[in-house]
Design a protein around this ligand. Structure first.
Ligand code: ADP
Ligand code: MG
Length: 262
């Protein structure tokens, strides 16, 4: 193939910019006899921030774990780009997916015996085989982005919860994922450090990183989200632009939930 043909073929195979990066279609998942996802449809386009809100136990974390391939639904389809996540079988395929999908959750789970900087270079050098010099340079850039450049030599135990969570976000970014899932990343934090973590996520959204957020910070979800999904008992009750869901929800259930949560 000559250079022109190679270029043209990228145009043909490149997904349209508004194509969904994540697509869940009629996803059903049970734990034993407990059906916790009862036909979930979710779409996330490239560059969008999508929030999933709803009562505890409604299936929000289960949806995120399906997107990472950690859980496999019994029915339905899950696509990340062109990859059918629900049918991946080999460990190699799952590892390849996890490089593309960053996941940050409530417990930051940093490696306590490694410095902040080493926490960031570990996976890129060991899992992806990135050159250590390049990985160090990128890690320092990411620490600037999460406003922790001055903490590169600190150990996790020397940091506040909010600082550790920002390191965890930088660590996810170090794999250069196509999207990041955030599962209640501020729920375990002292109230005074919640804001600094939300600021980092807000910056990522502004930079155009595709983000899926499960959060109880309703004002934040309203502010940053393009689309909001409201879940209850394993179903999407309604979804739409943030302004519509928060300003004028069509479902009485959504209305009640927001009145209690805002
Ligand atoms: P949410 O994140 O909205 O609070 P989850 O997705 O964590 O809800 O849980 C949805 C339902 O699935 C709950 O009833 C929960 O008890 C159940 N569940 C979640 N994970 C498991 C598991 N590993 N085994 C059995 N049941 C689970
Ligand atoms: Mg949860």
């Amino acid at each position: 193939m000559n250079a022109t043909d190679a270029f043209l073929s990228t145009l043909v195979t490149a997904p349209a910019s508004n194509a969904a990066l994540v697509n869940l279609k009629n996803v059903h998942l049970s734990f034993g006899s407990n059906e916790v996802l009862k036909g979930i449809d979710v779409q996330v386009r490239r560059g969008e921030a999508v929030s999933i809100i709803g009562p505890s136990g409604s299936g929000k974390s289960t949806i995120l774990r399906c997107i990472t391939g950690l859980l496999r639904p019994q029915r339905g389809e899950i696509l990340v780009g062109a990859t059918r996540v629900d049918t991946l079988r080999t460990e190699a395929e799952l590892i390849a997916l996890r490089k593309r999908v960053g996941f940050v959750f409530q417990q930051y789970n940093l490696f306590p015996h490694l410095t902040v900087l080493e926490n960031l270079v570990l996976a890129p050098t060991r899992v992806v085989g990135r050159d250590r010099t390049a990985a160090l340079r990128e890690a320092r850039e990411l620490l600037k982005k999460v406003r922790l450049a001055h903490k590169e030599s600190a150990y996790p135990g020397e940091l506040s919860g909010g600082q550790q969570q920002r390191v965890a976000i930088a660590r996810a970014l170090a794999m250069q994922p196509e999207l990041i899932l955030f599962d209640e990343v501020t729920s375990a934090l002292d109230p005074e450090t919640v804001g600094e973590v939300l600021t980092v996520i807000r910056d990522l959204v502004k930079d155009g990183m595709t983000c899926v957020l499960v959060t109880h910070e309703m004002r934040f979800a309203e502010e940053v989200s393009d689309q909001v999904y409201f879940t209850e008992a394993g179903r999407i009750v309604e979804h739409g632009p943030a302004r519509q869901i928060f300003g004028n929800p069509s479902s009485e259930r959504t209305r009640e939930f927001l009145q209690r949560s805002l």
